[in-house]
Each structure stands twice: as C-alpha cells, then as structure tokens.
Design a protein around this ligand. Structure first.
Ligand code: GRF
Length: 187
C-alpha cells in the first residue's frame, strides 16, 4: 500500500476526487495518510469528514521546515492539490520525483509566479487563447517548471469567461489527476 500526503489551501475538490477515486478503486494500492493545509480552508474539513489525519501549518517562511517534520518517512508521494505556498528548494530536492502538482493551464504556458487561480483564467481570456487545459507535473525548485506527467486540453470558445474556464479546467483536472497519480505510483 502506497502512502500519499496531500497538501491543500482551498476548497479541495481535487482532494475530494483523489479520496473518491481511491475509494472506488480508480487509484489502486494507495491511501492518503495525511492532509496538510497552509491555512484554514474547506480542504481541512474534507480531511476531517473522511477521518484522515490532518494538520494546519500556517503559511510563511517556516512552512517547508515544519512540513518536513510532519511528513512520514514512508511517504511515497506528496500531492499538491490546489496548494498555494511555494515550497523551499531544499524540500523539493529532498522529495525529488515524489512531489506532483496540478496546474490549471497548459504548462509551460501560463505558469510561474503569480499564475494561480483566477489570474490564470483571466490571462487566457485576455490573450484570446484558442485552448486551455490542465497539467499534472513534478514539482522542482523552479515554479511550475518540473516535467509534465499528464496534460489535457480543451477549446476556448468566444463565449467563455474566466469563470467558465475555471469550471471546465476543474472537470479536466478531475479526469487527469487520478490517471497521473496511478502513473507516478507505477500502477
Ligand atoms: C485547481 O484549479 C488547481 O489547478 C489549482 O487550484 C485549483 C484548486 O481547486 N492549483 P480545488 O481546491 O481542488 O477545488
């Protein structure tokens, strides 16, 4: 059984999807052993509702070192599921190849500092992009620069707004995240 630690900052619908797909067998041979939040958020409530060990480590300069203390040594995969803090380079290097993130755009486009949440969707509408999508990628010290594991695109239409894009991206994320997790776990 592989042990997954999930990091969240927000509503945690991707976290919920991970929990559901572990329960229904789409993700095999794995369990979420710990959920860490960097702020009060609904993701933490989901952890409690699911009776999964959880901890709130306030965001800030000590976050990565505090995080290192709570992550069990036998962790196979750390999943960033709507997680907004930047992890320190040493932390990323310690867990090299074992940390993944989901990003709401087709990296390498629309990644990097400031490119999170609605900022991404606003920029895509502003630039009149013809497509958007989601990317699951490895986490390395460079923000959103790690190798892509899985990516899926969809067409952006004239009627799309940042809000409709956010909804469409979420649906794509729910589709590719379990597949990418299986892939990284070697399932
Ligand atoms: C997702 O769109 C993810 O790509 C981004 O933040 C959002 C989190 O949504 N990093 P949720 O908290 O999983 O609902």
């Amino acid at each position: 059984m592989k042990n997954i630690v999930v990091l969240v900052s927000g509503s945690g619908t991707n976290l919920q999807r991970i929990l559901d797909t572990i329960d229904n067998g789409e993700i095999q041979n794995a369990k979420v052993s710990l959920i860490v939040a960097d702020r009060e958020c609904y993701g933490l409530e989901r952890a409690k509702n699911h009776h999964i060990e959880n901890v709130l480590i306030p965001r800030g300069k000590n976050f990565s070192s505090e995080l290192s203390k709570v992550i069990p040594e036998n962790t196979d995969l750390i999943v960033l599921a709507g997680f907004l803090s930047i992890l320190k380079p040493e932390f990323c290097e310690n867990w090299n190849g074992k940390i993944i993130n989901i990003h709401p755009a087709l990296l390498p486009k629309y990644g990097g500092k400031g490119m999170w949440g609605m900022n991404v969707h606003n920029a895509i509408i502003e630039a009149k992009e013809k497509e958007s999508g989601a990317t699951v990628h490895f986490v390395t010290p460079g923000i959103d620069e790690g190798q892509a594991i899985l990516q899926k695109s969809f067409e952006v239409t004239e009627n799309d707004t940042p809000e409709t894009l956010a909804q469409k991206v979420h649906l794509v994320e729910y589709e590719i995240f379990p597949i990418a997790i299986n892939k990284v776990l070697g399932n």
